[in-house]
Design a protein around this ligand. Structure first.
Ligand code: FES
Length: 226
């Protein structure tokens, strides 16, 4: 009998239960942080599909709306005929071919008091073609009641600014620049770059329909080529 007061001898070899290695357990896929469940996968597919469809609709609309306003106008002088075709005291409507088919324009050439103003027939409200009435010597838009004076200043309706105008110059048949006051009937009228004006006829870079050239709202619209 060992004399240890009932306790095992600490120096004796251990004979109790022993630790064993845990059994091999297959790791669960759900515990992998990179594991994608079917529900999660379908949600991601739906999100990606929705995003692609939204982009397919929105991107062309935004591009269509913004791109034309950002493209600088290509300046090209267009010979629209001899000066005798634009008699003093009259406003004559002509077609002006632009650098591309979509930039063809209809222009009213007003010649009065030795002053010549080529006026674009595009309404500055939403772009409808305005008509000129020789009886009232004024322009009117058939779409929403926009009205303009004989030189294109707004007199009534919703247009945001006066009718746009074009640069012009007069040249001899040989191509030499000549002042309008000294020009002869056979000299040629050339129409150039369009531009916008305010009610004081001050020139501004060309704006699109609905875009004002003065006031706080003008800052909402980019200037082409700026
Ligand atoms: S488009 Fe001319 S008034 Fe609206």
């Amino acid at each position: 009998m060992p004399d240890n007061n009932g306790l095992d001898d600490a120096t004796a070899p251990y004979s109790g239960p022993k630790a064993v290695d845990p059994p091999d357990v297959e790791p669960r896929l759900e515990d992998d942080p990179d594991y994608v469940t079917r529900t999660k996968f379908l949600s991601l597919v739906a999100l990606a599909g929705g995003g692609a469809m939204t982009a397919a609709i929105v991107v062309p609309i935004v591009g269509f709306a913004v791109a034309p306003t950002l493209e600088p106008e290509v300046l090209r002088w267009v010979d629209v005929g001899p000066l005798k075709d634009f008699p003093e005291g009259e406003t004559s409507g002509i077609a002006v071919a632009g650098p591309a088919p979509e930039s063809d324009r209809r222009v009213f050439v007003r010649r009065k008091d030795n002053k010549l103003i080529p006026i674009w027939n595009r309404c500055t409200h939403l772009g409808c073609p305005v008509n000129y009435s020789s009886g009232s010597d004024a322009f009117a838009c058939p779409c929403h009641g926009g009205a303009y004076s004989s030189i294109g200043l707004v007199t009534a309706g919703p247009p945001a600014r006066p009718l746009d105008r074009f640069d012009y110059k007069v040249v001899t048949p040989g191509g030499k620049d000549v002042e309008l006051a000294n020009a002869k009937d056979e000299d040629r009228l050339l129409i150039g770059r369009p531009y916008s004006i305010d009610e004081d006829e001050q020139p501004f870079e060309l704006k699109g329909p609905g875009e004002p050239v003065t006031g706080v709202l003008r800052n909402l619209y980019p200037t082409p080529g700026a």
